[in-house]
Design a protein around this ligand. Structure first.
Ligand SMILES: [Zn+2]
Length: 157
């Protein structure tokens, strides 16, 4: 498989960032031009990546997961747990600025959709069958996440 997308400098297999870097929020038209196709499909068209295909499913490094679209900090690796679903799963969000939740009735059932609170990108869904202490399971697509190692989280430049 070859890709002609010269804009995407991410290495898909090892996407680790050096810092939390908030980027300006853009329009869907701009994102269509700048985001890789698989990221756009999940983030802006509410798609879902195939289970067990994302790079963060079994990823166990210590740090913070950020929005791949805008850089907003979303989840702490300390709240990641093994759900067996094939998607990265967390039982809590990072801060009150991380997420927003919306009702999603698309599959004929009511689910709670999870979006980035900053750029409104679709991230996944939240369910009520998670572990203590919250009882929540945030089921998130790897492709819309980026990762910052713990020691880099508090660096400002
Ligand atoms: Zn975002």
């Amino acid at each position: 498989m070859f890709t002609s997308c010269a804009q995407d400098t991410h290495n898909v297999e090892q996407r680790i960032s050096n810092k939390i870097n908030l980027r300006p929020v853009q329009t869907d038209i701009e994102y269509k031009k700048t985001l890789p196709e698989d990221v756009y499909y999940v983030a802006r068209e509410e798609g879902t990546e195939r289970p067990f295909t994302g790079q963060y499913v079994n990823f166990k490094e210590d740090g913070v997961y950020i929005c791949r679209v805008c850089g907003n900090p979303l989840f702490d690796s300390k709240t990641k747990f093994k759900s067996g679903t094939g998607w990265p799963s967390f039982y809590d969000y990072y801060t009150n600025e991380s997420l927003k939740e919306e009702t999603d009735n698309k599959l004929g059932i009511t689910r709670m959709e999870v979006e980035c609170n900053r750029c409104n990108s679709h991230l996944g869904h939240v369910f009520n069958d998670g572990p203590n202490p919250t009882g929540l399971r945030y089921c998130i697509n790897s492709v819309v996440l980026d990762f910052v190692p713990r020691k880099k989280v508090n660096e400002t430049n």
